[in-house]
Write a protein that binds this ligand. Structure first.
Ligand code: CTP
Ligand code: CA
Length: 233
């Protein structure tokens, strides 16, 4: 029991967390982004640090300061986030993908500030790579015996939360997915609380009540600690 509930259950583990929103440039003074505050991902990084892990935090745009005691890697676009994550994968034991990655980016990035005209302007967007899915595919292609990261994704949903979360878990080959009903009272972007359910390949693992993001992070890290114990499943 001491090993299970000890104060530093993640000692010696390397945990990579992504947080915040990505920033997709249109021109030198304009960009597309989303409402992610970074708070959930930062709380995850803190909870991992407090459990003894060595934490790398890959962060896009955030409204608050990242926690102390973690290695911060600042990125902007989804393409930069992908590079920062993929190059570190061989060395990590756990990946938590809490970032809100923009699904699209402008097809072209103007090097000079765009000038207005009287015409309507159509901005062409192209899909960004799905970083979480690439992590899952990278893991699936790993040879047996090589270091295999435990992968946790997030799913921000407004309808059919369970169905969409389980779809994402399968498609992206995650070990756990944290589903966020962003329309629920006390959940969503910018605020300090969240309402989440955690799913694994066999379905619901834990449905959490309305909690502070700090407490949500603690529960998620406790699940990770149990799931990644040497003798654990
Ligand atoms: N994600 C990612 N790369 C992307 C888009 C999403 O790594 N280009 C990750 C997020 O960090 C999150 C998970 O995938 O952990 C789910 O993100 P979400 O936006 O809920 O799912 P999508 O697959 O983008 O589907 P949709 O937005 O259409 O619901
Ligand atoms: Ca998305």
């Amino acid at each position: 029991v001491a090993m299970l509930t000890g104060p530093k259950p993640l000692a010696g583990k390397r945990v990579l967390v992504t947080a915040g929103g990505t920033v997709e440039r249109i021109d030198p003074v304009r960009y597309i982004t989303n409402d992610s505050s970074g708070k959930m991902g930062f709380a995850i990084a803190e909870a991992a640090r407090d459990r003894g892990a060595q934490v790398t935090l890959v962060v896009g745009k955030a409204d608050v300061e990242p926690p102390n005691g973690v290695d911060v890697v600042a990125v902007r676009s989804a393409l930069e986030m992908r590079e920062a994550v993929m190059e570190r994968l061989p060395d990590v034991d756990v990946v938590v993908k809490a970032a809100a990655v923009a699904d699209y980016r402008p097809a072209r990035q103007a090097t000079e500030k765009m000038k207005k005209s009287a015409e309507a302007l159509t901005l062409e967007l192209v899909p960004n790579p799905d970083i979480l899915q690439e992590i899952g595919e990278w893991k699936a292609a790993r040879e047996v015996g090589a270091r295999q990261p435990f992968i946790i994704g997030f799913a921000a949903e407004t309808t059919d939360v369970e169905k969409h979360a389980l779809d994402k878990l399968k498609r992206k080959k995650c070990d756990l997915i944290v589903a966020n009903d962003v329309t629920a009272e006390g959940a969503g972007f910018g605020i300090d609380t969240n309402v989440v359910s955690v799913y694994g390949p066999a379905g619901l693992v834990e449905k959490l009540p309305l909690l502070s993001k700090k407490d949500v992070a603690g529960r998620i890290l406790d699940l990770i600690a149990v799931s990644t114990r040497p003798t654990g499943g």
